[in-house]
Design a protein. Structure first.
Length: 163
């Protein structure tokens, strides 16, 4: 992986933008079903299919809608990790906490027991609060080196919500 990065901004309908520091060796694509709904940003290598990262920022898009609290986020990650354990090599799945001055959240990593052709072997999933945003993410790779996962987690943990 090249160490060069650039700051990229992803427009959020009526809600500013999400700013990420992304490796220059990563391609990005934003998909949005409807203009007023949150997008999903995907990251892949410039060449090949060695990894696939999905990041979906969300916000309270109308009155009466609230985002999960940090405690709710922890419980949601516990539930997701328990469901993932059924397909995982790991007998128990350790949850990790993001520790950043502004962003807070949780994630876990697993190894698929028997990935089907075209599927990924390693997965990290999590949820993080970024300013007024709440984001879910999935990091998929077939390479067990920590470089891609650590780089992606650093990018997500360093995200900023620009109003």
């Amino acid at each position: 992986m090249a160490n060069e990065t650039s700051i990229r901004n992803y427009t959020l309908f009526n809600n500013g933008s999400l700013q990420l520091t992304v490796p220059d060796s990563w391609r990005d694509k934003t998909e949005q079903q409807l203009k007023h709904l949150p997008p999903t940003v995907t990251f892949t290598p410039l060449n090949g299919t060695s990894f696939h990262i999905l990041l979906s920022p969300m916000w309270a898009y109308r009155e009466g809608v609230s985002l999960p609290s940090l405690e709710d986020t922890k419980q949601l990650i516990d539930i997701a990790a328990e469901h993932a354990r059924e397909q995982a090599v790991e007998g128990s799945i350790k949850k990790h906490e993001f520790k950043n001055t502004g962003n807070k959240g949780y994630y876990y990593s697993t190894t698929d027991k028997a990935p089907k052709p075209g599927e990924y072997k390693y997965m990290t999933q999590g949820m993080i609060h970024i300013g007024d945003l709440f984001a879910t993410f999935t990091i998929l790779t077939n390479d067990d080196s920590v470089d891609i996962g650590d780089t992606a987690l650093k990018m997500i943990n360093g995200a900023e919500h620009i109003n």
